[in-house]
Design a protein around this ligand. Structure first.
Ligand code: G3I
Length: 333
């Protein structure tokens, strides 16, 4: 059996989201064998890396980047500007009052200069702005602190600052639910505006937090084609396939109580992953990276989301790091 990176060497790098704890023992072995791109799962986000105005916490990211360089693995940077995991100090002055537009832009620039500057030449693609578009309501822009204080130009400014700090890195806008018709249209409008203004943006990240019920092949293909029609590359930045029916849960407003991983779920998941990778290969001219969000079913962010303490099984490797049925469907084509 080829490994993932071998099977896809003529298509795109295969990535994985990591924390420092994944870089030793059997998980490190699995990462080195199977993957040729990594993304720090949390350590580069504003809160973790810039906890106070004059203090940066580089240790975790330095370790991840060093591991990647030592093993010939590319690094995706995640992320420079997001409404989540951003420390409170960023938006307030010493007296606790909300800062002005000018102050916030200066902070954003300083942050991006420092982070993108430190890893200049070592990050091949950056998620510059993450999740700026809302899921519901009639607004094009999510009402984040960045939007409220700066206005819509915080997005183009973030891209400009990132490009100035690392002119060689590919710059991405990254979001989830990108196959939902309403949200897809909004993201398309946003990206179109940025392109029309000449903002240095090279691609769009489809996070790919999917389930064995979603998206359908036509829904996914529509997203890839629409975004690619703007001259943008596509990266699948945070792929996982939950075994639970997310849309159904959202509609019912209650979680299913299933927690056993059945053979039926395993089979459906294998079929779903096969469909996804068939699609990515079909669009290899525009799909330039596919990254899984976590290493194996032993531990994934979905174990606590959307239902606390409900185990999920969304990845290609099981809780003992062994390949699942879905793995074989992905590497044999
Ligand atoms: O580090 C602290 C630890 O010290 C503390 O004891 C513990 C108690 O809760 O929390 C730890 O921090 C957690 C952190 O993950 C590291 O494990 C945070 O509470 C938790 O909120 C955080 O969750 C992360 C989440 O982003 C935050 O929104 C997930 O690991 C991470 O997988 C997830 O990733 C996001 C992408 O960045 C953007 N797209 C969606 C994706 C999934 O939500």
């Amino acid at each position: 059996e080829p490994t993932l990176k071998e099977a896809y060497k003529n298509f795109f790098p295969i990535g994985v989201a990591v924390a420092p704890r994944n870089l030793t023992g059997p998980e490190a072995d699995l990462i080195i064998r199977q993957f040729n791109s990594i993304t720090p799962e949390n350590s580069m986000k504003m809160g973790p890396i810039h906890p106070e105005e004059n203090r940066y916490a580089w240790t975790d990211t330095d370790a991840i980047v060093a591991f990647a360089q030592k093993n010939g693995i590319k690094v995706r940077g995640h992320n420079l500007c997001w409404h989540n995991q951003t420390p409170r100090w960023f938006f307030t002055d010493a007296a606790g009052k909300q800062v002005t537009k000018d102050v916030l832009l200066k902070r954003l620039k300083d942050h991006i200069d420092a982070v993108a500057g430190r890893y200049k030449g070592k990050i091949y693609a950056w998620d510059v702005v993450n999740e700026a578009v809302p899921d519901t309501g009639n607004q094009l822009y999510r009402k984040s602190k960045f939007y409220e204080i700066i206005g819509e130009d915080y997005i183009e400014k973030a891209f400009e600052y990132a490009h100035a700090a690392d002119p060689v890195a590919q710059l991405y806008y990254n979001d989830y639910n990108t196959e939902n018709k309403v949200k897809r249209d909004r993201i398309y409008q946003l990206l179109k505006k940025l392109k029309a203004k000449g903002v240095p943006i090279h691609g769009v990240g489809l996070q790919g937090h999917w389930s064995i019920y979603e998206p359908t092949a036509p829904e996914l293909e529509e997203s890839i084609s629409r975004f690619a029609s703007l001259g943008l590359k596509i990266q699948i930045t945070e792929l996982d396939v939950s075994v639970y029916p997310k849309e159904h849960e959202r509609r019912e407003k209650k979680p299913t109580d299933k927690s056993e991983y059945t053979a039926d779920m395993n089979d459906r998941q294998a079929a779903h992953y096969k469909m996804l990778f068939d699609m990515f290969r079909k669009h290899k001219d525009v799909v330039t990276n596919v990254t899984f969000w976590n290493v194996s079913d032993k531990s994934t962010w979905l174990d606590n989301f959307p239902v606390p303490d409900r185990k999920d099984y969304p990845l290609l490797f099981d809780q003992n790091y062994q390949p699942k049925k879905a793995y074989y469907g992905v590497v044999r084509f």
